[in-house]
Design a binder for this molecule. Structure first.
Ligand code: AAL
Length: 425
């Protein structure tokens, strides 16, 4: 017994000595400056808040190793005529791109009106208020993703008082059990008259070429009075995840002039509903026309334009609780990527490399319209494109000068200069 006690005491003493020498070595090491070669793993030494974040928050400590970091490159599309950009034709808010019957398909909002949008006050039955007023949903196909053939109208706006009678817009596609479902915003009043209010409805078809049967139903209804999504349900975006349909959507809330945009989630077992809104909504505290895709075991999101976390790529293991994984520039607006595994309920999402998005072309206030464009990126497990992993983006001075100061700001600056000069006198 005594012997055993002695052996245990000796070995604990040795362990203690070993630990002391390790921690002394560690201390010594910590006295040295941060290593020249950036460690791939978080080093065991005191770190600044920024360095802690650099290791804990993102996909990797350097952007070129971060799966969630990418550049976006843009290419002009061929095949879409727009009356030389006179504003009478717009194409915007493309759906996801899918591959069926040996070609790519995309659906989008198309407006072809006698004039460009003129604002709510001047709008009529034929004059649009906004760029997405008096629209129908059209589709196009392509075999290379660069040259597209406009095939025609997929969803025409229905007769009054059906949902969408004033305009149908901002669609997205779901394939579920061999059938196709197009979800879209159905305006029942002129956009801009009282905010941009609308619910979401759905049409279905056996083929991506249609014919499409309208349900005329509110598939994702607005929230109850006083709730964040009481007025608008925008940008419906279906994916298949965990055996269910995950429908992400945006709402504009807090009322003008404090408007804020965030993303909600509603799930269903059937494409025609019922959709149950997630109790944690809004699930993304920002974003606008948010693009999502299965990535590894979870869901990734391109959060553009709105909110504190605009222009970030985020990831949620459960599709609900999103975390920032990278900060990017020149994000595609209203992107509809090609996501081969969008509807396969994958547990190993491969990510995205390209898609369509739009540019809002505002050629002055009298010529508001949008065009579709192609974007490419590397947010994919399947490619490793170092040209997409650079952080510097060059903008011509014109891009900056177009964000110029307004008259009131110039006045404020003049006043501050004067106060300073008068104070010195
Ligand atoms: C877009 C989208 C929705 C809005 C309008 C057309 O940015 O968020 O589709 O209703 O603008």
């Amino acid at each position: 017994m005594y012997k055993l006690f002695r052996v245990t005491r000796v070995s604990s003493l040795l362990v203690l000595l070993f630990c002391c020498s390790v921690s002394q070595a560690q201390e010594k090491n910590n006295e040295k400056g941060f290593p020249f070669i950036l460690p791939k793993e978080k080093p065991n030494r005191p770190l600044s808040a920024s360095m802690e974040r650099n290791y804990d928050m993102y996909g990797a400590p350097r952007p070129e190793h971060n799966d969630f970091f990418t550049l976006f490159k843009y290419t002009e599309l061929k095949g879409f005529d727009n009356n030389n950009g006179d504003g009478t034709i717009t194409r915007r808010d493309p759906s996801k791109v899918i591959f069926e019957n040996g070609k790519y398909y995309v659906w989008y909002t198309k407006r072809h009106t006698p004039t460009p949008p003129k604002g709510a006050a001047k709008s009529t039955d034929v004059i649009p208020s906004t760029d997405w007023d008096l629209c129908d949903i059209w589709y196009a196909t392509s075999t290379d993703g660069f040259t597209w053939k406009e095939e025609g109208v997929a969803i025409k706006r229905p007769a009054k008082p059906n949902v969408g009678w004033r305009s149908v817009s901002t669609t997205d596609i779901l394939k579920w059990k061999g059938k196709f479902y197009l979800y879209y915003q159905g305006f029942m009043e002129t956009s801009g008259k009282r905010g941009d209010d609308c619910p979401v409805t759905v049409s279905y078809a056996d083929s991506p070429d249609g014919p499409w049967t309208a349900t005329h139903k509110l598939i994702i209804p607005n929230g109850a009075k006083g709730e964040w999504d009481q007025y608008s349900i925008h940008d419906p975006y279906p994916l298949v995840h965990n055996g269910k349909i995950y429908m992400y959507y945006k709402s504009d809330f807090d009322g003008d002039p404090n408007l804020i945009r965030m993303q909600g989630l509603a799930t269903a077992d059937d494409p025609l509903g019922p959709f149950t809104k997630h109790p944690l909504n809004p699930v993304i505290a920002g974003g606008h026309e948010t693009t999502l895709f299965p990535y590894k075991t979870g869901i990734a999101a391109l959060v553009i334009k709105d909110g504190n976390e605009h222009y970030t790529v985020q990831y949620a293991e459960d599709g609900v609780n999103f975390h920032i994984k990278s900060i990017v520039g020149l994000m595609p607006v209203a992107a509809g990527p090609f996501i081969p595994d969008a509807f396969t309920d994958t547990k190993d999402g491969k990510g995205i490399t390209w898609g369509l998005s739009h540019f809002n072309w505002i050629n002055g206030p009298n010529n508001v319209h949008a065009i579709l464009t192609r974007f490419d990126c590397d947010l994919s497990q399947e490619i490793d494109d170092h040209y997409m992993k650079k952080t510097g983006i060059h903008h011509a001075p014109d891009v900056h000068y177009r964000q110029g100061l307004n008259y009131k700001q110039r006045e404020r600056i003049a006043k501050m200069n004067k106060q300073l000069i008068d104070g010195i006198k």
